[in-house]
Design a protein around this ligand. Structure first.
Ligand code: ADP
Ligand code: NA
Length: 327
């Protein structure tokens, strides 16, 4: 059975992009893969954070994932398993500054004010490589925003193997979901939907009520043209294309099929149908999340058990990596 590692930052509530680009597929993969699902709280420190909020959102994210069908025995938080930090440091010393300088996500997140960001944000991809390779995981389900980081992880693994003279770390392959590989912001079709976007209107989160979902879709940015009847007509219309892509991904139909139904009409009826569809798919997850959040002791014990299991897999691997480097 292939081992799968997946991580999500507990910074904020998981959103529709996380759901369509990651979580929904994780739930499917569990059936025939050896999966580990990790709340990467160490990555959450790479941007400014509040301890109280991080603690709450770790539990909130755990509840969302369980509500979306993730197996409780496979879920844990990163900081509870020291193998991440131990291998992360080794990888900081294997990775090259030149490689990190090419990472587009750092450039996007750091923006113009580069000098004032944490060193953690810069070396984040090294820790992400450690997250995966500490388990010798070979499959990583990600949205296409993470493909560059996976290439870097393979470069690090290859250099480690080369420098130590053994084929120790396996090659990682991404599993990118075919539909909606990238969901864009509802306010700006050129930016990806993200937890770190300051505008709450930019994303639908897994705890939104039916009214909140409908409101966000109604206010989602569009242009004033009617929908085209073919995909080619969406080429220069990122907001319209994003909504059609979301509709297609959620309904598991093709974008062409959606346009054959709504092409020629204005956005009014399309947005109503999209809101209804999203409410139907997401409202049950929101209900189950709030039920789970009422029992904090249970959530904490789920994370504790998951961490024990994760440690039993990663510790022997990272012990061996440490011995290879001469510790
Ligand atoms: P965020 O960027 O919102 O903080 P994370 O970095 O925690 O999200 O990503 C968790 C998972 O969700 C990753 O597998 C990532 O590829 C996926 N993901 C994040 N944003 C999107 C998006 N807008 N569209 C599709 N997948 C996404
Ligand atoms: Na991200």
């Amino acid at each position: 059975m292939q081992r799968v590692f997946s991580g999500i930052q507990p910074t904020g509530i998981p959103h529709l992009g996380n759901y369509l680009g990651a979580i929904r597929n994780w739930a499917t993969l569990q059936a025939d893969h050896d999966c580990l699902f990790c709340l990467v709280d160490m990555h959450s420190l790479t941007m400014p954070w509040s301890p109280q909020t991080l603690r709450e959102q770790t539990l909130g994210s755990a509840a969302c994932l369980l509500a979306a069908g993730i197996d409780p025995t496979r879920l844990y938080n990163q900081s509870a398993v020291s193998a991440h930090a131990r291998l992360g440091w080794i990888f900081n010393c294997v990775s090259r500054l030149g490689w990190l300088n090419r990472m587009t996500q750092f450039k996007d997140k750091a923006g113009k004010n580069r000098e004032n960001h944490s060193a953690g944000l810069y070396v984040y991809p090294n820790l992400m490589a450690a997250d995966i390779l500490a388990f010798h995981a070979t499959r990583v389900p990600v949205g296409d925003d993470q493909l560059q980081h996976l290439e870097l992880a393979n470069d690090i693994a290859q250099k480690f193997n080369h420098d130590m003279g053994v084929e120790f770390f396996p090659k990682i392959e991404p599993l990118v979901p075919p539909a909606a590989a990238r969901v864009m912001s509802l306010r700006d079709g050129t930016k990806k939907m993200s937890k770190s976007d300051p505008s709450a209107q930019s994303r639908i989160v897994l705890t939104d009520t039916a009214d909140e979902i409908a409101g966000k879709i109604r206010r989602a940015k569009t242009d004033s043209e009617p929908l085209p009847s073919e995909m080619a007509g969406l080429a220069e219309r990122p907001e319209a294309r994003n909504l059609v892509t979301i509709y297609a991904a959620v309904s598991e139909r093709t974008p062409a099929d959606i346009l054959s139904e709504f092409g020629g009409q204005g956005f009014g009826p399309f947005k109503n149908a999209l809101a209804e569809l999203l409410v139907q798919k997401l409202a049950p997850i929101a209900t189950e999340t709030s039920r789970l959040l009422q029992d904090e002791t249970h959530l904490l014990s789920v994370l504790r058990t998951g961490a024990e299991r994760a440690r039993s897999v990663a510790d022997p691997i990272v012990n061996e990596a440490e011995s290879l480097v001469g510790f």
